[in-house]
Design a protein around this ligand. Structure first.
Ligand SMILES: *Cc1c(COP(=O)(O)O)cnc(C)c1O
Length: 391
């Protein structure tokens, strides 16, 4: 890392921002589809790639460009590409990385739609092996001569298990494969997969990066060459982010460090409360020393984030518990100001067949909690009163 670089918070606010002729201190929203060419020769140079510039917002937009530069800087990557959703980013990244005849190793516990995307890849001639990447022996065993990509989240959604980013990257690179990490849960403020050895980072910017639950977005970060080819793939897929969404995410990212600090603090207090409650079977939060991979978490991340899972004693108590909450909002998504709670088995991970789900640890009594930025005593009080209804 370049030690001359400014600190993370300074970069979150200033990186990528360009001051306009008007003196506008914040990035304007360039709400336009095409950009006017200076003349016919300029048009031909831009279209022919001999000159860089704006042509059409599906390919490049100045507001979105600020977001991409900021994000590339914060992840310590060379370049970034923003897309309209996290899934658009993951799709574009996956289709940039593999082609028919290739093989992918994916962790078995990943975001529901990502799992579904990988299951569908066989229709395009790409074989996917799902395995538990938290155990390096599984990763080694899953390699085939045509393995091109290893994909995982750490922490994994929703079981909060961790994968050793550096160790998996070392194994993959020895075999000539690339490593793609979904860093949505921790953000570059808490974990930098590229520094740890991964090749590509993907994000649902809908979550912590934007942080306010008011837009969708996705980002890919990697080397300049990789992003160049991802930009080509993505331009044809057409999942470009709107300038307004880019602007909202830029605005959100300026407060990312202080929000993540508070998410960490609040989540730790909630995890400790739940751990001590009679009706809770277990709490899975990488910030707790009882988490089986607590040491790995400390080694590769500077905080555990705001998401945790906990298990009620009995799955049949789940609906009444969820329906008794007054402050915690029953909704999918995570990483925003409000505390959100959901039941993966019937909600986010309902697409995963039950027998697989149970094997992966996404049991019927598991609840996912994204601890928000409310006063933590109010969050705890709400969970407590809803648990009491079941007593
Ligand atoms: C939400 C999420 C996604 C998908 O992002 P969208 O913006 O909803 O398309 C992917 N990965 C993880 C870990 C997520 O939480």
């Amino acid at each position: 890392m370049n030690s001359k670089k400014s600190g993370f918070s300074t970069r979150a606010i200033h990186s990528g921002e360009k001051h306009e002729d008007t003196g506008s201190v914040t990035t304007p929203i360039y709400q336009t589809a095409p950009f006017k060419f200076k003349n016919a020769a300029h048009a031909s140079d831009l279209m022919g790639g001999r000159e860089k510039g704006y042509i059409y917002s599906r390919g490049l937009n100045p507001t979105t460009e600020v977001l991409e530069k900021k994000m590339a800087d914060l992840e310590d990557g060379e370049a970034a590409l923003a897309q309209t959703t996290g899934m658009a980013a993951i799709c574009a990244a996956v289709f940039t990385s593999v082609k028919g005849g290739d093989h992918v190793i994916a962790d078995e516990v990943i975001y529901g739609s990502t799992y579904d995307l990988f299951v569908g890849l066989k229709d395009y001639g790409v074989d996917v092996t799902f395995t538990d990447t938290s155990d390096l022996r599984n990763v080694k065993e899953a390699f085939r001569p045509n393995t091109k990509l290893v994909f995982f989240e750490s922490p994994a959604n929703p079981t909060m298990k961790l994968t050793d980013i550096k160790a998996v990257s070392d194994i993959a690179h020895e075999k000539g494969a690339k490593v793609m990490v979904d860093n949505t849960f921790l953000t570059p403020y808490l974990q930098k997969p590229l520094i740890l050895g991964a090749d590509v980072v993907v994000h649902s910017a809908t979550k912590y990066l934007n942080g306010h639950g008011d837009t969708l977005g996705g980002i890919i970060v990697g080397s300049s060459d990789y992003i160049k080819s991802a930009r080509h793939t993505a331009k044809n897929f057409g999942g470009s982010i709107t300038p307004f969404s880019s602007w909202l995410i830029i605005r959100g990212m300026k407060t990312l460090p202080i929000r993540m600090d508070r998410h960490n603090q609040n989540a730790m207090a909630v995890a400790k409360f739940l751990q001590g409650h009679d009706l809770i079977k277990s709490v899975i939060y990488p910030g707790l020393p009882e988490h089986p991979q607590y040491e790995l978490g400390r080694k590769q991340a500077s905080g555990a984030g705001g998401v945790m899972a906990f298990l009620l004693e009995d799955a049949k108590d789940v609906p009444l518990f969820l329906d008794s909450l007054k402050l915690c909002t029953l909704a999918v998504s995570l990483g925003e100001t409000a505390t959100l709670i959901q039941h993966p088995a019937t909600m986010t991970h309902a697409v995963v067949p039950r027998q697989d789900r149970i094997r992966y640890g996404i049991s019927d009594e598991l609840i996912r909690l994204s601890v928000g930025l409310e006063d933590v005593r109010d969050i705890i009080h709400d969970l407590e009163q809803a648990l009491e209804v079941n007593q």
